[in-house]
Design a protein around this ligand. Structure first.
Ligand SMILES: NC(=O)c1ccc[n+]([C@@H]2O[C@H](COP(=O)([O-])OP(=O)(O)OC[C@H]3O[C@@H](n4cnc5c(N)ncnc54)[C@H](OP(=O)(O)O)[C@@H]3O)[C@@H](O)[C@H]2O)c1
Length: 274
């Protein structure tokens, strides 16, 4: 019996497999991986993982199937291989906007787990939302929880709706902070710094703020107030941001991502129930 089969060795599938191997979470023979491309599989084959361009071949012998293919092709893939799943198969999907009901209707698998990772998992600084339906045993859920610990923080979602929320928060979130860094870099360049130094200023300031919060027990607001002197420069900027309702804009932006996640789920749904 193989523990994990990863379908799709693209950005996410290969990152997951590499991290599981580098953190010694499991041995190569316990991670099978399939993809259309032999080239993408070569690396894993060399390490001793079972690999195949036939995505159906490991399914009958695997406990956890990790679906790392695009949402648009997920349904047809599941329909084609549904006869290979057993009542014990645990189907784990990282696809955005494909809900539990849709996964069940197309695969016939009752044990469904949805995982919402983000790209910083590539450097073990990810946030992964984890939702397991009530057919998944606590032992099975624990295995996936421990697996996700290799990638960073794991946030358990008690209901599926929270997966849409975490998609809008940490799933898309790295892009929000990158956007802020872009603006910081642009401004630093306008002040006369070189592009390279401007980038370092933006990056190190974000890292510093993150590290400061990480090493402190205080909440963000207290830390912010601690570095905002009355009548000082920071206060001037924050006053401008608040006057212009930057907080509301930020909240509304996250809301737009949340609504989009729901919209994708209903567009992707075969049953039309969601
Ligand atoms: N990238 C992100 O930041 C991110 C974040 C959170 C969640 N996700 C989710 O992760 C999933 C994968 O995204 P990705 O960016 O890793 O996509 P990707 O780079 O396109 O990887 C998908 C891989 O699966 C292969 N594939 C397609 N059909 C297959 C099949 N039947 N059997 C085996 N392999 C097959 C693709 O091959 P071909 O190219 O030849 O089709 C490709 O190599 C998506 O559902 C996405 O929603 C991604």
């Amino acid at each position: 019996m193989i523990l994990f089969t990863i379908i799709g060795a693209g950005n996410m599938g290969s990152a997951i497999a590499k991290k599981l191997l580098s953190s010694n979470f499991c041995t190569p023979e316990n991670i099978a991986i399939s993809d259309h491309s032999e080239e993408k599989l070569e690396y894993f084959e060399r390490l001793g993982c079972p690999t195949s361009t036939d995505s159906s071949c490991f399914i009958p012998d695997s406990q956890f199937i990790i679906l790392a293919i695009k949402p648009q092709i997920l349904r047809s893939f599941l329909s084609n291989v549904q006869h290979l799943f057993s009542s014990e198969t645990v189907l784990c999907s990282i696809a955005a906007g494909v809900n539990e009901n849709d996964l069940y209707e197309n695969s016939g698998c009752e044990k469904i787990i949805r995982i919402m990772p983000n790209t910083p998992l590539l450097v073990s600084e990810g946030v992964c939302g984890l939702y397991a339906n009530n057919k998944v045993s606590s032992d099975e859920k624990n295995i996936i929880h421990r697996m996700l610990n290799c990638f960073g923080l794991v946030v358990e979602c008690e209901n599926e709706d929270l997966i849409d929320s975490i998609t809008a928060l940490s799933g898309s979130g790295p892009a929000y902070y990158l956007y802020v860094m872009e603006e910081m870099q642009k401004k630093a360049m306008r002040f006369g710094f070189s592009k390279e130094i401007a980038k370092e200023i933006a990056l190190q300031t974000l890292r510093g703020a993150g590290a400061l919060s990480y090493h402190s027990e205080e909440n963000f607001e207290v830390l912010r107030k601690n570095i905002t002197s009355k009548g000082g420069t920071t206060e001037a900027a924050l006053h401008f941001f608040q006057e212009n309702k930057l907080g509301n804009i930020w909240q509304e932006g996250i809301n737009a991502a949340y609504k989009k996640s729901k919209e994708l789920a209903s567009t992707n749904s075969v049953s039309g129930k969601n």
